[in-house]
Design a protein around this ligand. Structure first.
Ligand SMILES: [Zn+2]
Length: 316
């Protein structure tokens, strides 16, 4: 059983109790099959078991064993694209989705999931969202918001306001998906024996081109921190991973600001979800360059200028 939802914010206590009740009800009802839901086959159940197994290992490795809870089969809903679009009008079926309030995930029969390995990858991605530490809030106006999920912060429900670090959270989820597939390669081969995993190993560039472009920014940030601190990349990945699951953003932010520049958070704030559809626009290259290993303080300031980030204090 999932723990009680965490509710924060400046709203009235009654409003917070009301939100807790709404979330708990949503979570209970989301355990029942959705209308038109397809039956999960043995292979899909095996994937869920396997991902539970590796994520539990990760939680132990990161010292988060007390936080671990298995994902139940009922939290994973298999829908056809048509049913998905009927249930969530106006939402594009991207093969998978995770609902923060309801604490469930969806995998669809979209073409992208036709391949055995691709379906597995979608499942890891969405399960990582599901296992991210979440908290919710009520503000002074009585509006509900998702306060935290993984590395992303503050999203007012039903508005278009973008969550801070939301795109970085998505990039990190893709980065972590790839990292875990590599880390558990032998066990994946032994227990799941994919026949269609070859393109993943042999053409990583192609595989990566299909992920959120912020995966490259996340990678650059992790490399930059590990080089600046002269520690192994894995150590920094673990720091991000632990705080993604535990919901402590501060240690991550501290390292980014220390190693990538005092204005780096301002730069990250400028990345919007729209950049995904624009892919590798000129502006996106500015972001990539900003966090590149070769970028020095002078070049950083040039990029900050181009992005319209105002300097405080004196330049020297
Ligand atoms: Zn995602």
């Amino acid at each position: 059983m999932e723990k009680e939802p965490i509710i924060i914010g400046r709203g009235l206590i009654e409003k917070k109790e009301e939100l807790k009740k709404i979330i708990n009800e949503e979570r209970d009802s989301a355990l029942a099959p959705f209308e038109g839901e397809l039956q999960k086959n043995e292979r899909l159940l095996l994937f869920i078991d396997f991902i539970n197994y590796i994520l539990k290992k990760e939680f132990n490795f990161l010292g988060l064993e007390k936080e671990w809870e298995n994902v139940d089969y009922q939290q994973v809903h298999l829908l056809s694209s048509e049913t998905f679009e009927k249930k969530f009008p106006g939402r594009k079926d991207t093969g998978g989705a995770c609902n923060r309030f309801g604490n469930y995930m969806i995998i669809t029969t979209k073409k992208e999931n036709d391949n055995d390995f691709d379906a597995f990858k979608t499942l890891i991605h969405e399960l990582l969202h599901l296992k991210a530490r979440k908290s919710f809030g009520v503000n002074e106006e009585g509006e509900y918001y998702t306060s935290r999920q993984g590395l992303s912060v503050d999203k007012i429900v039903d508005t278009n306001r973008q969550p801070f670090l939301g795109p970085i959270d998505e990039g990190f989820v893709d980065f972590l998906t790839e990292y875990l597939i590599d880390k558990y390669k032998d066990e994946i081969d032994n227990k799941l024996a994919f026949k269609d995993m070859e393109p993943y190993h042999s053409n990583r560039a192609f595989w990566r081109a299909c992920q959120y472009p912020t995966i490259f920014i996340v990678e650059k940030i992790i490399n930059k921190i590990s080089n600046a601190k002269k520690v192994k990349k894995e150590e920094i990945i673990s720091l991000f991973e632990k705080n993604y699951f535990a919901g402590n953003l501060l240690p991550v932010i501290k390292e980014i600001v220390n190693c990538c520049g005092g204005k780096s958070l301002e730069v990250l704030k400028k990345i919007s979800f729209d950049d995904f559809s624009r892919g590798y626009s000129d502006e996106f290259h500015l972001f990539l360059n900003y966090f590149d290993e070769s970028t020095d303080e002078k070049k950083r300031k040039e990029i900050e200028n181009k992005l319209g980030i105002i300097f405080e204090g004196l330049d020297n």
